[in-house]
Design a protein around this ligand. Structure first.
Ligand code: CAO
Length: 531
């Protein structure tokens, strides 16, 4: 037996005339209780209105852009079940997430609790990111928990100042455990997330899949512009919101963006023969049936000490692991004669001495990379299912060695910048990276990466591709080498070792060899960038 009810906008605090920004269902859809139905967005918060109970959508009373307030009918619904009492739509609490701008909650002190973390219980706190007196924004990570299956960051459900911390490292927590108290700001921007319990529920579910996908950059995820339902979906699919360019208004990430990203052209399982070119589903690689990792009591063999990996190391390790396992890497080595370029670099540094900018080989390599990428556009691309997305912009990432681990800041529009401009920006970004202050958008959007060990040493290595890019250039320290074009006469030339790793699903060996030759030729004579 079923029961037709009108679904109304529940209590959404002081908000009225809030536009509908997304409708998640259509007539005929079957929904479960708590499934999101529509998303509303005020200037302070994005709110999803969930289904008060399971049933079938009969008709939709609103369209995108319509303005609604508490009590507005949004759809008509045929509810499941035998009980006749109309489902109290008002009882359904909207779940709230903050828009990218800072969000304040009504004045008061909110207890922030561990949200739903699935089947995990008694999970140790491995990192506390805040201290008493810190100001946090909604979605900022506050603590990290680590089960034997996954590392999960618990984000702040709302903005405020930390007044007390209820846990210490090593404490074991479960859903509902109090983590800290947050004094929320003045009541200028009341949001329904004010109540601590609602606040905890509003926190995006932690990265349950992080261990299997290893792909989620929590900081970028927290800053992404998306509503609660979209965040939840992203968590379920193991999609890193930080990697998605939203197609909604002002770049908001909508459901379809997450679904398209997750499809990425493949099932969760390892690509089949027919899908050989497909990018992996973000929800995991699967299909790799390995022996368990050896468990050894090292202390039996000698003294040991234990050092926890830094957060950055954990995140980059997971990303590198995924990229290494998923992408069929091949590395092609070559060398560039940079004798003339080095003379030019030294000369330019002399001329620019007063400007304070010092130019290493790397900014020249960035320019050479852009010139080469323009000749070989499939290297400036990403796999999207069975298609290649060729990018008509050239944002070059560079690997930076920091005390906390490897980071890859991105210099945008390298084609439009001069070598000194690139050098200056590179210095600033490298400093931010070393100080742990890089923002997610300073590490996103790269189309190709250069990893330079030139300041350190080595001759060749295999750099790991920075997905979803399809190639990366590794360079080592230049050295003087005897060259001969005829086998009779020799000359000493400053030689730069190149190691290009490429994704064999996209690039063939011949193209990679040509890429290296062209890149080396540009470095040998930078006038070629004009062609
Ligand atoms: N050959 C010879 N010398 C080189 C060189 C090369 N290929 N590249 C740089 N150098 C020199 C520089 O000219 C500089 O010399 P001076 O001190 O005499 O001026 C010195 O080495 C140090 O350079 P640098 O490393 O400070 O500057 P950079 O622009 O080359 O690199 C940065 C900047 C941030 C990329 C670098 O500091 C860094 O972090 N590199 C490590 C990257 C990394 O870890 N990659 C591995 C990733 S895979 O795990």
């Amino acid at each position: 037996m079923s029961n037709a009810i009108d679904i109304k906008v529940p209590d959404i605090g002081d908000f009225s005339d809030v536009p509908v920004i997304e409708i998640f269902v259509k007539p005929g859809d079957t929904v479960k209780a708590e499934d999101p139905l529509v998303s509303l967005e005020s200037d302070k918060a994005t709110m999803d209105v969930p289904a008060p109970r399971g049933g079938v959508v009969e008709s939709i009373a609103v369209k995108l852009g319509d303005k609604v307030s508490e009590g507005s009918v949004i759809m008509s619904f045929k509810a499941d079940g035998v009980t006749q009492a109309p489902a109290p739509a008002e009882a359904a609490k909207p779940s709230v997430s903050a828009p990218p701008s800072a969000t304040n909650a009504p004045a008061g002190v909110a207890e922030v609790r561990v949200p739903d973390i699935g089947d995990f219980k008694d999970v140790p706190v491995i990192e506390i990111f805040v201290k008493v007196g810190d100001t946090v924004k909604a979605e900022d990570p506050i603590v990290s928990l680590e089960s034997d299956k996954a590392t999960m960051d618990v984000p702040a459900p709302l903005s405020g100042v930390v007044t007390a911390i209820g846990v210490k490292i090593g404490d074991k927590v479960s859903e509902g455990s109090v983590i800290l108290s947050l004094a929320t700001g003045d009541a200028t921007a009341a949001t329904p997330a004010a109540a601590p319990s609602a606040a905890a529920a509003a926190a995006p579910a932690p990265a349950r899949a992080a261990a299997s996908t290893g792909a989620v950059d929590e900081a970028a995820f927290a800053l992404a512009y998306a509503g609660p339902a979209v965040r939840k979906l992203a968590r379920e699919l193991g999609v890193d919101l930080g990697q998605i360019r939203g197609s909604g208004d002002h770049g908001r990430i909508v459901r379809a963006d997450v679904e398209t990203f997750a499809k990425g052209g493949g099932a969760a399982a390892a690509p089949t023969a027919g899908k050989a070119a497909a990018a992996p589903a973000a929800s995991g690689v699967g299909g790799i049936d390995l022996l368990p990792w050896p468990k050894v009591d090292f202390a039996k063999f000698g003294p040991t000490e234990r050092k926890e990996l830094s957060r950055i190391k954990k995140i980059s390790a997971a990303n590198l692991h995924r990229n290494w396992v998923v992408i069929p890497h091949v590395t092609t080595h070559d060398e560039a004669d940079i004798t003339e370029l080095e003379l030019f670099r030294v000369q330019m540094n002399r001329e620019l001495e007063k400007s304070g900018v010092k130019i290493s080989m790397l900014p020249f390599m960035m320019k050479a990379a852009v010139a080469t990428l323009k000749k070989f556009p499939e290297f400036n691309a990403s796999l999207d299912g069975d298609a290649l997305v060729l990018k008509n912009y050239w944002h070059i990432g560079f690997a930076a060695d920091t005390p906390n681990g490897l980071m890859v800041p991105v210099i945008r529009d390298v084609d439009k910048k001069t070598v000194p401009e690139i050098a200056k920006e590179m210095g600033e970004l490298a400093k931010l990276a070393r100080d742990g202050k890089l923002k997610p958008d300073q590490m996103s959007g790269g189309t190709f990466t250069i990893s330079s060990l030139g300041g350190i040493g080595g001759i060749y290595f295999t750099p790991i591709i920075n997905a979803p890019e399809v190639a990366i250039m590794g360079v080592c320290k230049s050295y003087w080498k005897q060259h001969s074009s005829d086998g009779k006469t020799y000359a000493s030339r400053l030689t730069l070792p190149l190691s290009l790793s490429w994704d064999h699903r996209v690039i063939d060996g011949a193209a990679a060899a040509r890429f290296n030759v062209y890149f080396a030729n540009v470095l040998a004579d930078l006038r070629r960038v004009l062609f």
